[in-house]
Design a protein around this ligand. Structure first.
Ligand SMILES: Nc1ncnc2c1ncn2[C@@H]1O[C@H](COP(=O)(O)OP(=O)(O)OP(=O)(O)O)[C@@H](O)[C@H]1O
Ligand SMILES: [Mg+2]
Length: 431
């Protein structure tokens, strides 16, 4: 039988979008489940995200479509605040649960992909964001799922982040340039979000889509990671990686992951290295309208190594020299560590954050440390903090019901997709 592969257009405009597959071997099986296998000597993970969601799921609100339609003036174009690979984002206001008059500002993402793929990403986001809780991760307030004769609707309701994304401030010439220190602090906050995902939960979570547009900024420019549609559970104890279909964003995904499909937390570290170079240079990881030698950021910066005389050529001209050249060289070195070819030679996010803290502290003290630059010792044996296991057992009726509800929604979408698949197959046979 002919295999069916799932493809999605990657480049829709000048910006980099997530989700599209990075190589053609992306495959979904008949049931639509993404092929995820663990490496050899697999020992079953005690609990996965669905179980943790059942136990820890926050007080997610279930919205009706009518409520969200009202919240956004029927998804008015005037309230549109962004558009990504998964859907359109609207600013809206909802009533608080306590019924008081003070409405709450929210961002409502309406997924534009129908069928199983859209549902899967929506479900992944609901489950991961229902489990995680950290000041550097965006808060999911609730969701909406509607299936009717006109198709399926999947929406997510997040806390509203008034300062948009790092991407917006870094690359949008119309807004004031981000000061050097703000850039470093944003990346330190983002690193802390990744440390939490990699090390501080009962299971490891690999974000898989770290990039400037997924770093949202609150009123004080504090960063929060958003978009968990591509997040995956990391390998369980004893395993080195998770083998999965390759997904992510061109220009940010680690080459070893693209090549092999072997996903580790070090794939996020690579992407972090790319964003470090973006904050140094004010350039996107890929820019099509640049001269040939400058299109790919990582290739271009190689011409100006951190210790070279001409290193300042890479620096963002919008900084107008308002940065510490020593600090900038150290950031470039840190980025180079993150961008090492072999995943095991890259630092952990904890090591990256430590180094970032030092650089920020040193630039605060306005001291330069040209002679103190030491390479980070990269060790795969870094101790991982023991995790506190919750003693709570059993879940509330409410959460059981919610899980059943989510599962039922999945079944329904799956049957729709299967029908579509069969139609496709029939068309193929007869042609
Ligand atoms: N919670 C939020 N608060 C405020 N604005 C948001 C929020 N979530 C998203 N946005 C805005 O919507 C834009 C689009 O977000 P979205 O995640 O859909 O796409 P993207 O990150 O640009 O691309 P991709 O789909 O590849 O992740 C963001 O860049 C941001 O400006
Ligand atoms: Mg995004």
């Amino acid at each position: 039988m002919k295999c069916f592969y799932y493809f999605k257009d990657k480049y829709r405009n000048k910006e980099q979008r997530s989700a599209p597959e990075l190589k053609e071997q992306e495959k979904f099986d008949f049931s639509g489940a993404e092929r995820v296998t663990k490496s050899s000597c697999s020992s079953a993970s005690p609990r996965g995200i669905p179980e943790l969601y059942e136990e820890k799921g926050h007080n997610l609100r279930v919205f009706s479509f009518t409520e969200l339609r009202r919240a956004t003036s029927d998804f008015s174009r005037l309230l549109k605040i962004g558009e990504g690979g998964f859907g359109t984002v609207f600013k809206g206001s909802i009533k608080p649960v306590d019924g008081s008059d003070n409405s709450i500002l929210v961002a409502i993402k309406r997924l534009n992909k129908d069928g199983l793929q859209g549902h899967k990403q929506w479900l992944t986001e609901v489950q991961f964001l229902g489990v995680v809780e950290h000041p550097n991760l965006v808060k999911l307030i609730g969701y909406c799922a509607l299936d009717d004769e006109r198709g399926i609707q999947r929406l997510l309701v997040y806390e509203y982040m008034p300062n948009k994304s790092l991407e917006f401030h870094l690359f949008n010439k119309a807004c004031d340039p981000l000061p050097w220190k703000t850039r470093l602090e944003i990346l330190l906050g983002a690193a802390q979000g990744l440390i939490y995902l990699h090390e501080e939960l009962e299971i490891q979570v690999i974000f898989r889509d770290f990039k400037a547009s997924n770093i949202l900024l609150d009123e004080n420019f504090k960063p929060k990671l958003s978009d968990f549609g591509l997040a995956r559970e990391g390998p369980v104890a004893g395993d080195t990686h998770v083998s999965t279909a390759v997904m992510g964003t061109y220009g940010y995904a680690a080459p070893d992951y693209i090549e092999t499909g072997h996903l580790t937390a070090k794939s996020d570290v690579w992407s972090f290295g790319v964003v470090l170079y973006e904050i140094l240079t004010g350039r996107r990881s890929m820019e099509r309208n640049r001269p040939k030698t400058e299109k790919k950021l990582l290739e271009w910066v190689k011409q100006y190594p951190p210790d070279s005389k001409r290193f300042d050529m890479v620096m963002d001209p919008r900084l107008e020299g308002e940065y510490s050249i020593d600090g900038a060289r150290r950031i470039a070195k840190l980025a180079d560590h993150c961008l090492r070819k072999s995943a095991k030679d890259r630092p952990t996010m904890r090591q990256v954050a430590e180094r970032l803290k030092q650089i920020i502290q040193d630039s605060d003290e306005e001291r330069s440390h040209p002679a103190d630059d030491k390479d980070i010792e990269v060790s795969e044996n870094d101790p991982i903090e023991p995790e506190e296991k919750s003693s709570e057992s059993g879940s509330s009726e409410l959460w059981k019901k919610r899980m059943e509800h989510l599962a039922k929604l999945g079944e329904r979408v799956e049957s729709v997709s299967r029908r579509r698949f069969m139609i496709l197959q029939r068309a193929n046979v007869s042609s």
